[in-house]
Design a protein around this ligand. Structure first.
Ligand code: GLC
Length: 484
């Protein structure tokens, strides 16, 4: 066999675990690069993200200074430090500038446009400083979109960049980075020649610029790749995506199978795997006890672990929750924060059903794992879901997902039934965005819970479904190969 050609890949993104994250993007940038590196050890895989104030001391102590230089962003000359550390075979770079990245939150600042323009410019200018020019620049979401735009415009002819190819991955099309044209030159350091590249509906649209500039555009599930080419799901970008459909592809995310592993997870009450599913019930009774719920492994426990936002299907849940709790001997545990109306809703549901419902209005990764390990049924009725990771984590911890057939939920969870004693599918799913359909599927899942033999067969099937990066890491490698 011919020796595989070595590829240099640089992932660019606004967050990566375990350093700093706000959502699923952090999970992916914290595990996909290592999976790509493991699947093709001849490759050189690196990641770059901002050095946020939120990145803890344990990581900072391991960092090495790589370079210090000045980044020019329009008329600004800004300090830039580059630090690095190696983790799981991947070199992570951190762009240091306290003026931009020492903030209370990762995103949501008034000057996000300037902050991430600086970040992307720094990524491009870092390459000669650290003497690393990737073959593939792989940018994720709007925060990294300008790196692809800069490569395509300002850097294309510069030595070292001529043959660099680019991939832009959309994790969520809702957040596009839209700005007024007044700042094209002054903040984004682009000029009038790039007007039509950046223009979408009369304003600057960073995501649109990246879609247009990238050699390949990918998204995080095959189904979402189809959905975002329709008006219903594209948040206005479908014209641009239809024009670029020839370079669009969908690759389903995986999850980190070492971090999410009930057999060795040190934060859960009792370890278990598919052969020792009984152990799961020790996790359930421990959580019931901790939350002050009736301790009884026979009561099915439903769970929601989610940002409390409408598109996660919480309006459907709020429509059915009261009746579901009233009519069934079941428990519901909710973990997450978000829109005040949903926080309020779950808190009052807890007041109405003190012996059945717990609303934990917070975000805590360890606690989330204890809930995945404890619950029997996991609800995720999203209105749209680019990929979704929670349904995969729930499956790994033996909880039965109830999901709506959209985006990555459609690609990962298939409706359950039995044919000739064989289990088909791996969850309860419904098609329409309807509270009735959700209620019906929840009740079907609760009914199955009371049939231990069938329940066990389904849980075995679910826990045996492979949601690791094994498959998708190779799809990414194939994609990179087509570029070179
Ligand atoms: C975003 C999407 C989510 C996806 C994640 C990682 O958070 O909303 O569906 O799983 O990115 O790609």
């Amino acid at each position: 066999m011919a020796k595989a050609k070595k590829q240099k890949i640089l992932f660019v993104g606004g967050e990566a675990l375990p350093f700093a994250a706000t959502g699923g993007l952090g999970d992916v940038l914290g595990s996909l690069p290592a999976a790509v590196a493991a699947a093709a050890p001849e490759n050189d895989v690196r990641v770059v993200m901002p050095l946020y104030a939120q990145i803890g001391k344990i990581w900072r102590e391991q960092m090495k200074e790589e370079a210090i230089f000045t980044v020019q962003l329009a008329w600004r000359n800004q300090y830039c430090g580059v630090y690095s550390l190696v983790k799981d075979g991947v070199t992570y770079y951190f762009i240091d500038n306290e003026y931009y990245f020492k903030r209370d939150t990762l995103y949501g600042c008034f000057d996000d446009g300037e902050r991430y323009a600086y970040f992307c410019k720094a990524v491009m200018d870092m390459m000669p400083e650290i003497k690393f020019y990737p073959d593939v620049l792989h940018a994720h979401d709007w925060q990294a979109a300008l790196s692809v735009v800069y490569l395509h415009t300002l850097y294309r002819r510069a030595p070292g960049y001529e043959n660099m190819r680019s991939v832009f991955t959309i994790h969520n099309i809702e957040y596009q980075g839209k700005y007024d044209f007044g700042i094209l030159q002054d903040v984004f350091a682009l000029n009038f020649e790039q007007y039509s590249l950046m223009n979408y509906g009369g304003c600057i649209n960073l995501m649109k610029g990246a879609i247009q500039s990238a050699d390949i555009v990918s998204t995080v599930s095959p189904r979402y790749a189809e959905e975002i080419c329709t008006p219903e799901y594209s948040h206005g970008l479908y014209h641009c995506l239809c024009d670029n459909a020839y370079k669009l592809r969908g690759i389903l995310n995986g999850i980190d199978y070492t971090y999410y592993n009930p057999a060795i997870d040190s934060v859960i009450e009792k370890n278990f795997d598919v052969k020792t599913i009984k152990g799961k019930y020790a996790n359930k009774t421990a959580l019931q006890e901790k939350l002050g719920l009736p301790t009884d492994e026979k009561i099915p426990m439903l769970a929601i672990i989610s940002r409390l936002a409408a598109h996660k299907g919480l309006d459907l849940i709020s429509e059915i929750a009261y009746n579901l709790m009233e009519n069934n001997d079941a428990q519901l545990v909710v973990l997450g924060k978000g829109e005040a109306r949903y926080e309020q809703f779950f808190l009052s549901l807890q007041q109405q059903f003190p012996g059945k419902v717990r609303a934990l209005i917070e975000y805590d990764r360890d606690l989330s794992k204890r809930i995945y390990a404890a619950c029997d049924i996991f609800l995720m009725p999203s209105k749209s879901e680019p990929c979704g990771l929670s349904q995969m984590i729930a499956s790994r911890y033996g909880a039965i997902p109830v999901t709506r057939e959209t985006g990555g939920l459609y690609d990962s969870i298939k409706g359950y039934y039995e044919a000739d004693g064989e289990v088909i599918g791996n969850g309860f799913t419904f098609a329409n965005y309807s509270a009735d359909e959700l209620r019906e599927r929840c009740e079907a899942a609760i009914a199955l819970y009371h049939r231990p033999r069938k329940r066990r067969a389904l849980i075995e099937k679910i826990m045996n479904t492979d949601f690791s990066w094994n498959v998708s890491a190779n799809s990414y490698l194939d994609m990179y190969r087509t570029l070179l």
